[in-house]
Design a protein around this ligand. Structure first.
Ligand code: PGA
Length: 240
């Protein structure tokens, strides 16, 4: 089993000086025992990479399903790899619901990212109305279908209920555990994700990280807002 992964999704925040400030403080704090990965905006990746401590990783927040070509505004996973990324987020809820990326594009993105040598963190999660209609598992399983055809290893999953992202409403650890268990059953049935960690994301904060990280089936955390500040992210990363 791989170490737990605690990942910082910086979204569309921070400029160069903020990244230097962050690592100036972060690197004075004790190195967490969990695996740590940072996901800054693309142009900040080389700077972040240059400031990481040994063992800490950097990743992209999204990538193209194509290798290269006339695709203005897109980023190739081969470039992400070339500038030092080991990870890439695929299918983050903001890509799906703000930018309208369809589930059909996720399979090709996952495949292309893996061919480029990256380890995708594939994000899934239901909207509030889907949860209220009792459709959480159905929605998550439909999103997981994008993994079909991939090799058995080399990617992680992040379960991020859409209603919990950036809202301060965190899933109850027992509810998250239940979905994580179902995701693992699905993977096992399909012979997929043999080394996949299933991370939880959605309003993770220093005061709920311990309970989440020690709940059954939760193999790491994907942290948005609370990862922007080094002390707060460090509390989360060292919560167990
Ligand atoms: P949040 O974001 O921690 O701010 O809810 C999580 C995410 O979007 O990955």
């Amino acid at each position: 089993m791989l170490k737990k992964l605690v990942a910082a999704n910086w979204k569309m925040y921070k400029v160069q000086i903020d990244v230097s400030d962050f690592f100036g403080k972060w690197n004075r704090l004790e190195t967490p025992k969990e695996e740590i990965a940072f996901f800054p905006q693309d142009p900040l990746i080389p700077l972040a990479k240059s400031l990481l401590r040994p063992g800490e990783k950097v990743g992209g927040q999204n990538c193209s399903e194509r290798k290269e070509g006339a695709f203005t505004g897109d980023t190739s996973p081969y470039l992400l790899k070339n500038v030092g990324c080991e990870y890439v987020l695929i299918g983050h809820s903001e890509r799906r619901h703000v930018f309208g990326e369809k589930n059909e594009v996720m399979g090709p993105k996952l495949k292309n990212a893996m061919e480029a040598g990256l380890r995708p963190v594939y994000c899934v999660g239901e909207k509030l109305e889907e949860r209220e209609a009792g459709k959480t598992i159905e929605v998550v399983f439909a999103q997981l279908e994008a993994l079909n055809g991939l090799s058995a290893t080399g990617y992680d999953i992040a379960y991020e209920p859409v209603w919990a992202i950036g809202t301060g409403k965190v899933a109850k650890p027992e509810d998250a555990s239940l979905v994580h268990g179902k995701i693992k059953e699905w993977l096992e049935e399909k012979g997929l994700g043999e080394d996949a960690r299933v991370l939880y994301g959605g309003s993770v904060k220093p005061d709920n990280a311990t309970e989440l990280l020690s709940s059954s089936g939760i193999d790491g955390l994907l942290v948005g807002g609370a990862s922007l500040d080094p002390e707060s992210f460090h509390k989360i990363a060292t919560a167990v």
